[in-house]
Ligand binder design. Structure first.
Ligand code: KG4
Ligand code: ZN
Length: 348
């Protein structure tokens, strides 16, 4: 079993991504379909369009994956699919495909919470790299377009939820800010690139809940402050020069990342894990990664972040989380369903 590959299918949101990953987290091949252009005119993801896009590309991507890898479905160890949380229509396309393949080829099927995929994404390596040993317990900061939460990862399947956002996720606050200053959707990467050349102290934005002695987040106030600042500058007929946009992005990200780092440090102090990770789409952010590198150096504590290609939703992370479950015979039933939200028990 040790060298066998698991197929991962990720369709929880707008991107379709499939990958083949071995039992130790080495990625043989990953393929994806991205549809940012299709959703861009609407300033956000349109669920109906997302489901149709998955339907269009999923099977062609699978065919290419098998052709390029030289593997046959019958060579695989099992199939892993994200069945929660996410857009119902999108999840259903992935799940129905996974169920049909599992039934036809008589392969074990695992439905995973896609956040569990993010949790194991720092341990994905290229085929020619040495596999990494997963460290337990570790602290995981999950920051994406739909989620912001701090989790203590005690073992496979045991995730203690320490805190979460009370309203908007960090990625949502970035995407909407990006829209308001004309950098478009999805905006996390654009705001990141602009911020790298800006002055982080040119403007002052709130750092919600930073002094509150818990592990929860709130980004709706920061999002509103961002809108107000942009409105205010527009009313004053300010020219939205490249420099102004860079300073706005750097200052906005300064507040957002400070809150994330401060709460993570608080959790490190309290729970004393053996390592910490940052995962999810927002973990691709260069400023956040640099701040956590410093925290790791200062404390001498191992810090794991995913390769950039495994930060946003991807099939490889789904394949690896599923592979770990399959290796532990934690299979799903054939009546597996999709869920818009996490299940009670996913995080305790
Ligand atoms: O994990 P993900 O692909 O989807 C969800 O599970 O929600 O995360 C997508 C989020 C988007 O909000 C996107 O703007 C953000 O990740 N993102 C970034 C960067 N790249 C993607 N945010 C900040 N800096 C980046 N470089
Ligand atoms: Zn995600």
């Amino acid at each position: 079993m040790t060298n066998k590959y698991t197929l991962g299918i990720e369709t929880s949101c707008d991107d379709t991504s499939l990958a083949l990953v071995d039992c130790t987290g080495r990625v043989l091949l990953q393929k994806r379909g991205t549809f940012d252009e299709d959703h861009r005119p609407f300033g956000g993801i349109v669920p109906e369009r997302a489901s149709r896009n998955h339907l269009k590309v999923l099977i062609p991507i699978l065919e290419k994956l098998l052709e390029e890898s030289g593997l046959k479905m019958s060579d695989l160890m099992g199939i892993s699919v994200s069945n929660r949380p996410g857009l119902q229509g999108s999840l259903i396309v992935g799940l129905v495909t996974a169920k049909s393949l599992s039934f036809f080829y008589d392969l074990p099927l695992v439905g995973i919470n896609h956040l569990e995929g993010h949790i194991f994404s720092p341990w994905l390596v290229d085929l020619d790299e040495k596999p990494l040993e997963i460290i337990y317990p570790h602290l995981s900061l999950i920051v994406s377009g739909g989620h912001s939460q701090l989790v203590l990862v005690e073992s496979l399947g045991r995730y203690k939820l320490l805190g979460k956002t009370l309203d908007d996720a960090a990625g949502e606050a970035l995407d909407k800010f990006s829209n308001s200053i004309g950098l478009g959707f999805p905006g996390g990467l654009q705001v990141d690139l602009a911020a790298q050349k800006g002055d982080a102290f040119a403007f002052s934005f709130p750092k919600p809940l930073i002094n509150q002695n818990d592990f929860n987040f709130s980004f709706s106030g920061l999002k509103a402050a961002g809108f107000r600042k942009v409105e205010d500058l527009k009313n004053k007929n300010k020219d939205f020069s490249e420099k102004l946009i860079q300073d706005l992005c750097a200052s906005y990200l300064e507040s957002l990342t400070e809150v994330l780092v401060c709460k993570t440090i608080r959790a490190l102090d309290k729970f004393k894990p053996k390592a910490f990770c940052v995962v999810g789409g927002v973990s691709a952010n260069s400023i956040l990664r640099a701040k956590f590198d410093r925290v790791s150096d200062e404390r001498g504590l191992p810090f794991y972040k995913s390769k950039i290609k495994y930060c946003t939703d991807n099939g490889a992370m789904v394949a690896y989380a599923g592979s770990l479950r399959i290796q532990n015979r934690m299979y799903s039933e054939s009546n597996l369903k999709t869920y818009a939200r996490s299940l009670e028990g996913d995080f305790v």
